[in-house]
Write a protein that binds this ligand. Structure first.
Ligand code: BES
Ligand code: MN
Ligand code: ZN
Length: 493
């Protein structure tokens, strides 16, 4: 695990393998964003001109590696562009992109705007999130390890292990856990295994953890989890994680979709839509990562987390399109399409979470392809039964630098979910507005008077494209930090 610390040392003489320097773009070309004087002097005032000569202009995300010819102690300088902004997300992305480009290097120091505590945390967090690799399944030893030792050069040195660097490390370790879980192939991560990891990692963080196995789920009336999981030899689990603070006045409940592999079931997906469905447990991952992060940061709030874990496979025991299941809430559901399984496990998780009398329920799920159609790969859709709640979730996500946008829950979509024989169907007959229809479906399982938000992050949970900023290829850990931020917003003061 990569470590980070803050240090107010002089960047010119700081002993490291690479010095990352933030640059702003301007009409006269790139100029160092901070610590400019001593660096410029060390390079005889020629640093900016050299960068311009190699075509570096300081635009956000731009990178240039330049030789230092002994001008500073570090043997390599990495210039990273910030454009004309020093907001937290610009800093996180720049730090992440620069650190990511240094894989194979042992140590790096970052000279980016870090005067305020928020800026220093952003640089530290972006750097840590950029120092990610998943090489567990590589055997050739040729993979470059992420940078292991990071230093944020900042006059704001208050970040001891409990301070800025400590906080950034907690956030990054939660996100790293989620990325690792998402990247783990389903042959090594099935519901019971996920539950075991939650027990172990949650226990270490001081959470209370309870696991319901398939027998307890059946006896308890969790028809959704049982129905979705019954086609697999790896039976379902429901994990309850709980964090309590003695001075808390509010309780939040998080519910995560944890389909460890989504083949679609008998309503089988085509191969091209299936090969990345190991990521369909990203919601449960985010809930686990967030609960661990919350336990370590210890805000004055209570948080319970539910991981709705099942594997969606076709077999002789699989549920059939037209089956009717009895949900935990008591409502019956006609399963018209076994590939609309996320809502079936979430309906049980949400109804169970409501029994904890939370002030707010937030579910997180890789729920619909329609989310990607509507909002693309990097922006999650946020729906809620309360406008203020929806706006709060979008705002907290924005502050964390996680893309999220408010979406409506149009009442007229409810009639599309009418079933000829059960209380509700899991699919509407047309595909238009599928993200919203899924939200409408879930809303049916939220008891009256309970505030609830639904985050559909089908796109953001898994990066099928190239790495960018602090985001690697594969599992991203999306929405984990939003959930931690929401808990902090609900802490009593
Ligand atoms: N896990 C998928 C949604 C998904 C798609 C996640 C792409 C990540 C990337 C979900 O279970 C699913 O299959 N949804 C269907 C629902 C449909 C049958 C109503 C979909 O969106 O196509
Ligand atoms: Mn599905
Ligand atoms: Zn799914």
């Amino acid at each position: 695990m990569t470590t980070v610390r803050l240090n107010s040392a002089d960047p010119v003489s700081f002993d490291t393998d690479a010095l990352i320097v933030g640059f702003r773009s301007g009409p006269e070309g790139a100029r160092p964003a901070t610590g400019a004087e001593s660096l410029d002097a060390a390079f005889g005032g020629r640093l900016a001109a050299t960068l311009t000569a190699v075509g570096f202009s300081g635009k956000p995300g731009e990178l240039a590696k330049v030789p230092v010819f002994g001008a500073i102690t570090a043997p390599l300088l990495v210039a990273v562009g910030l454009g004309d902004s020093a907001d937290a997300e610009t800093l996180r992305r720049a730090a992440g992109a620069a650190v990511r480009s240094l894989a194979g290097t042992a140590r790096a120091a970052l000279l980016l705007p870090a005067e305020s505590a928020d800026q220093a945390e952003a640089v530290a967090l972006g750097a840590l999130l950029g120092a990610y690799g998943f090489s567990r399944y590589r055997t050739n030893g040729e993979v470059k390890a992420p940078v292991g030792d990071l230093t944020v050069l900042s006059a704001n040195e208050a970040g001891g292990s409990d301070g800025i660097a400590g906080r950034a490390s907690v956030l990054a370790e939660s996100v790293t856990l989620v990325r690792d879980l998402v990247n783990t192939p389903p042959s090594d991560l099935w519901p019971a295994k996920f539950a075991e990891i939650a027990e172990q990692r949650g226990g270490e963080a001081g959470l209370s953890v309870e696991v319901l196995d398939e027998k307890q789920l059946k006896d308890g009336g969790y028809g959704g989890l049982i129905g979705v999981g019954q086609g697999s030899a790896n039976p379902p689990r429901l994990v309850r994680l709980s964090y309590t603070h003695p001075e808390a006045t509010k309780t939040l409940a998080y519910v995560g979709k944890g389909i460890t592999f989504d083949s679609g079931g008998l309503s089988l997906k085509p191969s091209a839509s299936m090969d990345w469905m190991k990521s369909d447990m990203g919601g449960a991952g985010a809930v686990l990562g967030a609960l661990i992060g919350v336990a370590r940061l210890a805000p004055k709030v209570n948080v319970v987390g539910y991981l709705c874990l099942a594997e969606n496979l076709p077999s002789g025991t699989a549920q059939r399109p037209s089956d009717v299941i009895h949900s935990y809430s008591g409502k019956t559901v006609e399963v018209l399409d076994t590939d609309a399984e996320g809502r079936l496990v979430l309906m049980d998780g949400i109804a169970r979470a409501a029994e904890d009398s939370p002030d707010l329920i937030v579910d997180v799920a890789t729920l619909t392809g329609a989310q990607i159609v509507a909002l693309g790969w990097r922006t999650a859709g946020v729906m809620a039964n309360d406008d203020a709640v929806r706006e709060l979730v979008v705002e907290v996500a924005g502050a964390a630098g996680e893309g999220a946008w408010g979406m409506p829950l149009p009442e007229e979509l409810r009639k599309g979910l009418d079933s000829p024989i059960a209380d509700i169907a899991n699919l509407q007959p047309e595909r238009w507005g599928s993200m919203l229809a899924a939200g409408i479906f879930l809303k049916e399982f939220v008891p009256d008077g309970v505030r609830w938000a639904h985050i559909d992050m089908a796109g953001p949970a898994f990066n099928k494209g190239e790495p960018h900023g602090y985001t690697p290829k594969g599992g991203t850990g999306a929405i984990t930090r939003t959930l931690i931020g929401l808990a902090e917003r609900h802490a009593s003061i």
